[in-house]
Structure formats: structure tokens, C-alpha cells
Write a protein that binds this ligand. Structure first.
Ligand SMILES: [Ca+2]
Ligand SMILES: [Ca+2]
Ligand SMILES: [Zn+2]
Length: 432
């Protein structure tokens, strides 16, 4: 930690190193938590073993049907601002949620640029994110909190890391981390230099610190004058929060030996991060059995969200990373899947308030699912099962119902469009 503080100080003194090494501060933050908390060291080891065991036990299922697990994770954004610019618009947050969903469901528009050697192992991670519909007290919420901090408050990671996570230090307290993904948005710049774009806690971290912190002008689509302007910082940081490591394995000192691992077989080894470019390289030839068994020495996977490439070059997670994510979601973070926090409609407009949302009932449902449409028209509901299979689309009108008796029991994901535009998504439980 001392070494990284020194290197950061040197970094601050040299504008040229801006964001070269510290685009993401997760690895350094984790080292800090490990040093400060021996219990966390132990917990993290145990969680890692549990995930490895889960992956080993479910390897076959994962390959054949994706594990059958799909989760929608309720998110709360805490915007902590010192001026109007830092108080980012709802629209940035809505777009960020959409970008997360595009990347984790592999519906990102730039997926087609994935090189052929990698596109067959690019995963639909089968996770979606939504803004929470209920706050911890059970009251309707938009899934966004806003807090004005005094102008002399500091949230830089060098001297004031995690202060944004507590109201006692001018920040915002987290919502329960077993029900919500907390994402804090603030200004982490020091001496006016925003040299960290974000950081996250790994599964098993202190519940009061658990979540993601994002530099305010890197949320959603932003004109921030950098190549990290397409909302991929959040995709990367949420990846850490779900248990993923950097694809070069965060090798320190011995990194040129290509001997560090991200605990994922199908992400090729890399000696270090891509230096925030789209430069094609092949830095390691000692690869995992996944590649050597096929007699292939793959290039570094600059397409991966867990590298440091330009946002525009990032297109994918791998099947191996997906297994790791589902492992953590099934073990350490399993309560998120059944969180009662609900989902707000995801959209580009901020006009749909929770009370305007279309109600689906009963939930769970056995035969008929009813809709209360609040006078809306030209609505279509589509259902997908937990394996991503489309089950059907149906027009809905006020107080009509859809017969779901033929659907198999389990979680159903629905999406509602109004005049062809997606206005709401969520899940209902089908019972036999
Ligand atoms: Ca790997
Ligand atoms: Ca290689
Ligand atoms: Zn990172």
C-alpha cells in the first residue's frame, strides 16, 4: 500500500501518467482492506474456495445451458456532489444502467468487432441491473439518492478513500449490501486531477464499504475528453464487485513472467494491462490448458471489459468469467437474487415514476397474469425464461390478463414496450 501511495503521489506530480496505471483503484483498495483487516483476508480466501468448488461442481451444467441462473440486481446510485456539475443528471444514470445491461447481456452494439478467435467464448452473462423500486424502509424510490456535500469535503482515494460511503464524513451511507448494489458517484480528483475513474470492493468486503465508486464525469455517455467515455468504467467496476479480477492477474513486480492469474482459464494470460489503447498485442505465450490443449497461443484479449483498453474496444466477458460471476452470485452474493428491492422501469426518459409503472399481479402467478396499465396503450409484453429462451409476446390492455399456465415453473423475465419502445422490465415468478 505504501508503494502504491508513493507511486500515486508521483503520478499526481506528473500529469502524463494520468490514468495510465490507475484507471481503476480496485486492486490497491483491496490490498489496503487486506492489510487493515485480517478477518477479511481469511473470509476472502474462504469465498474464493467456495466459488472454485461451485464452478467445479457446475462446470457441466454451465456449458450446456448457462447454469439456469439469471439475476436482476437492484442498484442504488448515491450522487454526492459539491457543485451542480457533479450532480449528474438522471439521464446519465439511466443510460449507465442500459450500458450495464447491454454489456452483461451481450447486446452491445459494438460486439461485432470482437475478433473471431474470441467471439465464440463471449458470454451472455445473464445478469441484468435495474434501479431499485423500494428503499430500505419499503418506500417507493427512483433508486437514486442525492446529497450536497460542503465545498471543502474531499473524496480522493489517496487521503479520503471511502469517505463518500458515510454520512458522518460528508458522504451517503450505503443501503443494505445484501439487497442492493451501491454505486457512489462523486469527485475523486486530487489537486484537480481525476486520476482514478473508479474502484470497487470484492465479494466478502466490509458491508459498510461494499459497492462501487465512480468519478462523476465517467457515468453513462459523457464528453469527458478521454477514451473512457462510453460508460465501460461502471461495467468494469461492477465486474470486480461480482468477483472478477483484471485479466492480466494484477501481477506485481513479476508481471513480465506472465505468471499471474485472474482465476479464469479462457482469458489469455497478459503481462500487464493494455495501456488504454486498442493496440493488438500478444504479451504471453504460456497459456492455460484451455488454449494449449487446442494448440493455440491467443493474443491478449483487449476486447475484455476487465482490461484497460479504450471503452470503444471493449466488447465482451468470457464464458469463464461468467462462471466465476455466477459462482459468486450463488454463494457470497446470493441474497441479491432474491432482493425485495424491486425494479424501476429502465429508460432514457425520467418521466416514468414508480407510481406510473405498469403493475403485474399476482406475483407469484400460476395461470393468469393481470396487468394494470394506468391508461397506457399500444403495449406489448414479452417473456423470457431463466435460460434466455423467448416464450412469447402478447398485447396488453387495461385489466386484461395473459395465460401463462403453459410456462414452466421458475423465474420469468418480462419486458414491456409502448409504441415499440421499451418502458419497463422485471421478473415474475411462475408457480405450478
Ligand atoms: Ca486467464
Ligand atoms: Ca498469448
Ligand atoms: Zn479494475
Amino acid at each position: 500500500m505504501k508503494k502504491s501511495i508513493l507511486s500515486l503521489l508521483l503520478c499526481v506530480l506528473s500529469a502524463a501518467c494520468f490514468a495510465q496505471k490507475h484507471k481503476c483503484y480496485t486492486d490497491e483498495a483491496n490490498a489496503h482492506y487486506m492489510a487493515m483487516d485480517k478477518k477479511y483476508q481469511q473470509t476472502k480466501k474462504e469465498y474464493e474456495s467456495a466459488v472454485q468448488e461451485w464452478i467445479a461442481a457446475n462446470r457441466h451444467t454451465l456449458k450446456t445451458n448457462g447454469g439456469g441462473l439469471v439475476a436482476t440486481i437492484p442498484v442504488v446510485f448515491h450522487v454526492v456532489y459539491k457543485n451542480a456539475t457533479q450532480n449528474i443528471a438522471d439521464s446519465n444514470i439511466f443510460r449507465q444502467i442500459e450500458i450495464l445491461n447491454e454489456c452483461y447481456r451481450r447486446t452491445n452494439a459494438n460486439f461485432g468487432q470482437t475478433r473471431p478467435i474470441f467471439d465464440s467464448i463471449a458470454a451472455d452473462v445473464q445478469i441484468e441491473f435495474c434501479l431499485a423500486q423500494l428503499d430500505p424502509s419499503g418506500n417507493p424510490t427512483q433508486g437514486i439518492t442525492r446529497k450536497s456535500a460542503p465545498s471543502n469535503a474531499s473524496f480522493d482515494i489517496l487521503f479520503n478513500m471511502d469517505k463518500v460511503k458515510s454520512s458522518a464524513t460528508n458522504g451517503q451511507d450505503p443501503w443494505p449490501n445484501d439487497q442492493y448494489l451501491n454505486i457512489w458517484v462523486c469527485d475523486m480528483s486530487l489537486f484537480g486531477i481525476p486520476f482514478v475513474l473508479g474502484y470497487a470492493t470484492f465479494p466478502g468486503s466490509n458491508p459498510l464499504l461494499d459497492g462501487v465508486v465512480l468519478q462523476y464525469n465517467f457515468v453513462g455517455l459523457q464528453s469527458n475528453g478521454t477514451s473512457s467515455n462510453l460508460g465501460k468504467t461502471a461495467v468494469h467496476e461492477v465486474g470486480h464487485w461480482l468477483g472478477m479480477r483484471h485479466i492480466w492477474g494484477d501481477g506485481q513486480g513479476s508481471s513480465t513472467l506472465c505468471d499471474s492469474t485472474d482465476y479464469v482459464d479462457d482469458t489469455p494470460n497478459a503481462d500487464t494491462a493494455s495501456q488504454q489503447t486498442c493496440l493488438v498485442k500478444n504479451s504471453c505465450s504460456n497459456e492455460s490448458p484451455y488454449w494449449t490443449n487446442a494448440g493455440v497461443d491467443p493474443p491478449d484479449m483487449i476486447e475484455n471489459y476487465m482490461d484497460y483498453s479504450y471503452d470503444a474496444c471493449m466488447t465482451m466477458f468470457t464464458e469463464g468469467q461468467k462462471a466465476r460471476i455466477l459462482g459468486f452470485l450463488t454463494t457470497t452474493r446470493s441474497t441479491l437474487i432474491t432482493s425485495p428491492a424491486g425494479c424501476n422501469p429502465i429508460g432514457l426518459t425520467n418521466t416514468t415514476k414508480p407510481e406510473d409503472a405498469i403493475a403485474l399481479f399476482p406475483n407469484p402467478a400460476t395461470n393468469n397474469l393481470n396487468f394494470k396499465t394506468n391508461g397506457r396503450s399500444d403495449l406489448i409484453v414479452s417473456f423470457t425464461d431463466a435460460l434466455g429462451r423467448k416464450l412469447g409476446s402478447y398485447p396488453i390492455t387495461e385489466n386484461n390478463s395473459v395465460d401463462i399456465s403453459d410456462f414452466r415453473a421458475g423465474i420469468l423475465f418480462y419486458e414491456i414496450t409502448e409504441h415499440g419502445k421499451k418502458i419497463q422490465a422485471g421478473k415474475v415468478v411462475k408457480m405450478d
